[in-house]
Structures are given as C-alpha cells and as structure tokens.
Design a protein around this ligand. Sequence first.
Ligand SMILES: NC(=O)c1ccc[n+]([C@@H]2O[C@H](COP(=O)([O-])OP(=O)(O)OC[C@H]3O[C@@H](n4cnc5c(N)ncnc54)[C@H](OP(=O)(O)O)[C@@H]3O)[C@@H](O)[C@H]2O)c1
Length: 297
Amino acid sequence: MAEIIDGKAVAQDIRDGLGNAVKELEEEGITPCLATVLMSDDPAAEKYVSMKQSDCEEVGIATRDPEITAEDSAEDLYNLIEELNNDPEVHGILVQLPLPDHVEEQPVIDQISPQKDVDGFHPENVGKLVIGNPRFKPCTPHGVQMLLDAYDIETEGKDAVVVGRSNIVGKPMANIFIQKADGGNATTTVCHSRTQDLESKVKQADILVAAAGVAEFIDGSMISEDTIVIDVGTNSVERDGERTLVGDVEFESAEQKASAITPVPGGVGPMTRAMLLYNTVKAAALQNDVDVSLPKQ
Ligand SMILES: NC(=O)c1ccc[n+]([C@@H]2O[C@H](COP(=O)([O-])OP(=O)(O)OC[C@H]3O[C@@H](n4cnc5c(N)ncnc54)[C@H](OP(=O)(O)O)[C@@H]3O)[C@@H](O)[C@H]2O)c1
C-alpha cells in the first residue's frame, strides 16, 4: 500500500517558512506585494484569484487587485501591466489565465517584467530554467520538486516519466528533472498525446508525473511496483449525481501498486499555491537586493 504524500502539510510548512522570510523583509522596510490581474468573469477564475489573495494575506504579502474587465482591449491590459512593471511597490504580477478570446496569451506574458514574472512563464525565465540558472520556476513543477524533497525522494539516477508537455507543467517539470542539480539528475521521458505505447513508458517510471488533464486514465495496471506517483491532473467529473475532483490517475488501484502517491485534492494543488507565494517573496528580495532565508530548493 502506497504512502500518501500530504501536499497540504508540506505546503503549510512552506508557508510558515515564508512567513518568517516576510518578517525579515519587513525589518528592511519591504512589504512583498503581488498584483493579481483578473480579466475574466469566469467564477472559477474569480475563485482562484481570491484564494491566491487570501494565501498572500496569511503570510503577510500585500496584494493589489487592479481594475480590468473581460470586455477591455488587449491594449488596456498591456497598459495596466506596464503600470505594474513600473510600480516599485509591486514585486510580483500574476495574470490569471485563460484570457478572453480577443486577447492573445503569449504577448501578454512577454509584456510582464521578467523580474516580476512570479509564474515563471516569461521566455527569459523559461530560458534561465533551461540553462540551469533559474530565477522563478513555474509554481506547479516547482511544487512537485519541493514535495519530492520533503519526502526525501531522490531523483538522481531515477527514471522520471512526465505525461504532458504544456508550457506550464509538463515542459518545465521535465526541465527541472534533467538539471544537473539537487532535485534533478533524473533520466527523463516526456509523453504526450502522440506517444505510442504510453503504457510501456509509464511502466518504466521510478517517478511518474501525470499532467495530461484526462480523468483517471492511468490505473494501477499501468504502473510498476514501487513507482512514486505524482498526480497533477485536476479534473471535474460527475459521481453519484455530484461534481467531484479526480486526478489523471485512478487512485484506488494505483495506491495498491505505488510506493507513494499524491491524492487529488490535497497533493500538488496546495503546493502550486504555496510556490506562488515563494516566488513573490523571492521577487521582493531580489528587487531590493536583500538576502532572505527561503525554504529549500
Ligand atoms: N494541481 C495543480 O496545481 C495544477 C496546476 C496546473 C494544471 N493542473 C492540471 O493538470 C492537468 C494538465 O494541465 P495543463 O495545463 O498542463 O494541460 P494542457 O495544456 O491541456 O496539456 C495537457 C498535456 O497532456 C497531453 N495529453 C493529453 N491527453 C493525453 C493522453 N491521452 N495521453 C498522453 N498525453 C496526453 C497533451 O498532449 P499534446 O501536447 O500532444 O496535446 C498535453 O501536452 C489539468 O488537469 C490541469 O487542470 C493542476
């Protein structure tokens, strides 16, 4: 039976550590501040942003909630980002995705100052991660790395298999695993929708990261004994007439086979949220040239 990897508990430890780092910054007269830009009427996006704001509040990070609506133009959004880029009291800028159809995503990401890009999506930060000199690692894969570290799960020399190749999860996860650094040095396979014989790739994994967004499509029969299963997938499905969240991995059968597994919810999700706070505190420290003690990695 697999050990359950408790993302909630690890995320709480990280938030506690960040609370101390925020106090160190306060002693230097700096209050870290995250601007959350919401250009959507979608209730789910509104909920994500309000959760991120209350996470900030909990550790002492200030927030800005600038005015922009789903009907505004791309130009309005660029102008707002420029204002935030130039505001010395704002250290991190988060643009909640997805954007409305009339606003293209990549030019917006490109517009955010790389020093304030706490999602780690700007090409400069992507490049820095790839060459092994990361400034901000994207929150979800960074959270996975922290989770493995918290459970003393060695990545060096292991076969890591990442299912999914998105810019926000799969690709940066693979880039973290292949780095010649602590928490890396894994032999890494990346699978996607065109992968032939996914099952044989998944079976070879010492560490499996499932990030395809397909409800429960990997089950216990597809994984080997002793695999560490990290389930990033967050899929809303109907069960017994009610909506519920499930991962990309079928938990009950995988739990019988794996040596450790993250639940959904309560695994990777809380870590993603904690790593946004981490990047915001780091951004404030870097912009002010102050050393603070951040949780490891
Ligand atoms: N827990 C968290 O904090 C968190 C954070 C972010 C995302 N998520 C969840 O993680 C999942 C992935 O998110 P994302 O943004 O990376 O999704 P995405 O942009 O839709 O990317 C999905 C990736 O999975 C691949 N894929 C889809 N179906 C597949 C299949 N049957 N076999 C193999 N590969 C397949 C796709 O391949 P192609 O490239 O060939 O299309 C694509 O690379 C979603 O459920 C999302 O909600 C959770």
